[in-house]
Design a binder for this molecule. Structure first.
Ligand code: ADP
Ligand code: MG
Length: 504
């Protein structure tokens, strides 16, 4: 489609407005609610206040005009009444001498006497040549004077004695006092308004904080709950409605905590039962199946010996069957061995933890020659007792199996180290075993699917008061980080010393 310049311009203009509105909306909704409410409050207050100021200025103008008018009317009628009753020139002169003094208390007017010979009498305030309504009160802003000042107004009252004009009294409006007064009122009102609004804004800020801060805390607690920290609780806020929400949240978290604890207990029971069952099956396989297979082989050998004196045809037939029995027995033996290894690391407690892990890794390596396995161990003790050794063994076994089964990696790295954690004073505070299993496979999609393998790992570690963290960086790589306190019971230490004494 070809657009002419004006078409494309109008189209651009039409698109500009919605995009501008969208950008403003984004900007607005990205602000915290507290800021939004404060801005809205401020905007409404400023608009209404500007309107109120405008009305007030109009009112001030009217007020000044009315005041001026009243004062000037009063002055004029006073001068006219007094002038009407004059009998002779002496009285008139006396009046002109005292007129200003008499009217000096009259506000908002300026009296000036111009005698018949053009001579001007003393003025009340200022030099007579300056027009009175151009005099501006000090400290009142010009814009205010311009808006409030009434139009210039003056009266001339002629003074006559026996029909002879002897002087003229000029009465002029003098709005500066009134404007200054109105400005003072206006300024006080403005300061009051600013003070009140600042106070209201501060109060609103505090109140909103008291309402919104607990909500933010609640959101954070919910996020923590979502990530499995069911021990999280929120401080009940002072606001009644929020306190109810917080109480319900705490009850929910407590219920979840209880369910999790029950779940953990069941899982640990399951692990214990599973380990026990595995141990029993392993010992059956070892103690029963092994000797049975041995018996079969021994019997097969003796049958072979008994068959030797028999005729050639029969003895060779028997020998071939015996060979088949041996092959089957060998296969059964290797299956038995493999099963035993899977069920329970037979060497557990007989070789060191380092050797046990290296052995496990080598077995995986033999079965998966295309994958590079790296096993790094640092400062390990010979053994940490059966429960810790078995947990580490099982975690590595499950971690590597998961990587092989789900991730198709090229490299698998297992790092196992004994770490001494120092306190703030530099003293050794406690020691722990740190295990990291990393692969560069496909990673885990978020959210991680639930499986028995990972749950079991987590529970095994939790049972030893350790920490477990899994980060599946989809689309590449998975990392499992485990720490387990390295403590061992005194009994276990003694046993290990006896067992590995000669190798320590
Ligand atoms: N190293 C890994 N790489 C990719 N995905 C993994 C890895 N470990 C676990 N997973 C994912 O997590 C899920 C749960 O694992 P797990 O609890 O061991 O159960 P299972 O192995 O029986 O499926 C797996 O099904 C898999 O999708
Ligand atoms: Mg698994």
């Amino acid at each position: 489609m070809i657009l002419t310049a004006s078409e494309s311009e109008s189209k651009g203009g039409a698109e500009l407005l919605p995009s501008l509105i969208k950008r403003l909306q984004n900007l607005w909704y990205r602000r915290p609610v507290r800021t939004q409410i404060l801005i809205a409050f401020l905007a409404v207050t400023v608009v209404t206040s500007l309107f109120a100021c405008f009305l007030k200025v109009l009112d001030a103008g009217n007020r000044t005009r009315i005041e001026m008018r009243a004062s000037m009317d009063l002055a004029e009628s006073f001068v006219r009444e007094t002038a009407r009753s004059l009998l002779n020139e002496t009285e008139a002169r006396n009046l002109l001498q005292t007129l200003e003094a008499q009217l000096k208390h009259l506000r908002h007017v300026r009296i000036e006497v111009v005698r018949a010979n053009g001579e001007r009498g003393p003025s009340k305030n200022r030099p007579p040549q300056e027009p009175s309504n151009e005099r501006e009160p000090a400290s009142v802003p010009r814009w205010f004077i311009e808006m409030v000042r009434p139009p210039a107004n003056r009266f001339n009252v002629p003074i006559r004695v026996e029909n002879q004009p002897i002087a003229t009294v000029l009465i002029q409006g003098e709005p500066s006092d009134e404007i200054a007064e109105v400005w003072n009122d206006y300024r006080t009102m403005l300061l009051l308004w600013i003070g009140t609004n600042l106070l209201m804004l501060s109060a609103l800020y505090v109140v909103l904080g008291r309402i919104l801060d607990p909500l933010v805390g609640l959101a954070g607690a919910m996020k923590r709950l979502e990530h499995g920290h069911s021990a999280v609780r929120v401080e009940p806020p002072k606001v009644r409605e929020l306190r109810m929400i917080a109480d319900h949240f705490n009850q929910l978290a407590a219920a979840l905590d209880a369910v999790n604890a029950e779940n953990s207990r069941l899982c640990r029971d399951l692990i214990t039962v599973q380990e026990e069952e595995r141990r029993q099956i392993a010992s059956e396989l070892h103690d029963e199946v092994g000797p049975c297979l041995f018996g079969i082989m021994v019997n097969a050998s003796s049958i072979e010996q008994y068959a030797q004196p028999l005729p050639e045809k029969i003895s060779s037939e028997i020998a071939s069957r015996i060979s088949e029995i041996r092959t089957i027995s060998d296969r059964l033996k290797s299956i038995n061995r493999r099963l035993l290894k899977k069920l329970r690391p037979i060497a557990l407690g007989r070789i060191t933890l380092k050797e046990l892990i290296t052995k496990l890794s080598t077995e995986f390596e033999l079965r998966h020659p295309n994958i590079r396995f790296s096993t790094i161990t640092n400062d390990l003790q010979l053994s940490y007792g059966e429960s810790i050794d078995l947990t580490i063994y099982r975690c590595i076994q499950e971690g590597i199996t998961n990587a092989l089964r789900h991730a198709n990696p090229k490299n698998i790295v297992v790092q196992l180290a004994h770490e001494t954690i120092t306190g703030p004073d530099g003293e050794a505070a406690y020691s722990q075993i740190s295990l990291n299993i990393r692969d560069d496979g496909e990673g885990i999609r978020d959210p991680a699917p639930n499986g028995f393998g990972l749950a079991t790992m987590r529970e095994r570690v939790r049972a030893l008061n350790g920490t477990f963290s899994l980060s599946g960086n989809w689309p590449s790589g998975t990392a499992i980080d485990i720490t387990v306190p390295a403590g061992r019971s005194t009994g276990e230490k003694r046993l290990a010393a006896e067992f590995f004494g000669n190798r320590a």
